[in-house]
Design a protein around this ligand. Structure first.
Ligand code: DOR
Ligand code: ZN
Length: 339
């Protein structure tokens, strides 16, 4: 039996339409708080779209779970609308996508220096900035994108706007771990799949579309750096699943979409990982304490318990809109929440 605080996931894609129904209900089973991403097919770039998305979610219902919204930072946001929306508590953090870095990022930012006015609003209002930390340039190696971003863009943001609280999302490299450790006003999320997979499991044998995500999964030595950071309990590192459902027909075709849907088995995988490393006493830090601390949020300290079930049979997909969503699960084991 394992006893933990009900987890928080600080990076989730709930999507829209039929997928939203599934992903929201799945998240309700596991989390007390989630921070949700704004890269909808029509990205959240003004208060009208934001309100519409809030209503869609409210209609389904969110029970006891605290849902924190992000907005999609780009030039389309009028400064006034951005500031008013924040002051009216319509969103919690701003997300920056480099142009063409990932799913629905064609409206992302080409040159971050052109967003200075928006960064000023973030700094003035203490709005957290969540970064997809990759530089997209035609001749750079996709495996190097995160590392290049650190020196090229992140240093610039931190030098010019030192008071913005930054979250470097879904980090994948030792370079990112070191950067976050060495600098002020910055924390990082780590996903389950980047913790538990590496280039061998992703493409060392047959290519696994279900592990294709951005940033790309890196080699074993980067994986070990992420594991060390998560298991250390260092308050700068916390859970953000980047759970990103796509319909199966969009994963298994000639142009595979980036994204790993991990909400169903994510917590179970983390319990198994921390437990097999004899670090269960650090799990609450990674799953609840550090992330909420980073964002200065209080959270429910009531403990819940999980037990490992015998004869686990992995259900790899869920029916959705005449298609399927593919679940990610690393271990042949399952930790079930005691009701
Ligand atoms: O793999 C990813 N999928 N990475 C992201 O940054 C976005 C996400 C998505 O929205 O599908
Ligand atoms: Zn994401």
């Amino acid at each position: 039996m394992v006893s933990i605080f009900r987890p928080s996931d600080f990076h989730v894609h709930l999507r829209e339409g039929p997928i939203l129904n599934h992903s929201l209900n799945e998240n309700l089973k596991h989390f007390q708080r989630i921070l949700i991403m704004p890269n909808l097919s029509n990205p959240i770039t003004n208060s009208k779209i934001l309100l519409n998305y809030r209503n869609q979610i409210e209609e389904i219902g969110s029970n006891q779970m605290d849902i924190l919204f992000t907005v999609y930072l780009n030039d389309d946001w009028s400064i006034k609308d951005l500031e008013n929306s924040y002051q009216n508590n319509l969103f919690f953090a701003a997300k920056l996508y480099p142009k063409n870095a990932t799913t629905n990022s064609t409206s992302g930012v080409g040159d971050i220096r052109k967003l200075s006015k928006h960064f000023e609003i973030l700094e003035k209002n203490s709005i957290p900035l969540c970064l997809h930390g990759e530089t997209i340039a035609p001749f750079d190696d996709p495996f190097e994108r995160e590392k290049i971003f650190l020196n090229k863009e992140l240093v610039w943001i931190q030098n010019n706007f030192p008071n913005i609280k930054i979250t470097l999302e879904h980090i994948t490299t030792k370079d990112a771990v070191d950067y976050v450790k060495e600098n002020k006003n910055i924390g990082a999320t780590i996903t389950v799949h980047h913790l538990l997979e590496n280039t061998n499991s992703f493409l060392g044998d047959l290519l696994k579309p279900e592990l294709f995500c951005k940033p790309l999964i890196k080699n074993r030595s980067h994986q070990l750096s992420l594991q060390k950071a998560a298991l250390s309990g260092n308050k700068k590192f916390f859970f953000g699943s980047d759970s990103a459902p796509h319909l199966s027909k969009k994963k298994f075709n000639s142009q595979c979409c980036a994204g790993v849907y991990s909400s169903k088995y994510g917590v179970s995988n983390l319990i198994e990982f921390f437990s097999s490393n004899n670090k269960l006493k650090v799990l609450d830090k990674f799953l609840s304490i550090n992330g909420n601390g980073h964002y200065s949020l209080d959270f429910n300290k009531k403990k819940i318990t999980y037990k490992k079930i015998k004869n686990f049979k992995f259900v790899s997909k869920t029916r959705c809109n005449q298609d399927y969503l593919i679940h990610y699960n690393h271990y042949n084991a399952f930790w079930l929440l005691n009701k």
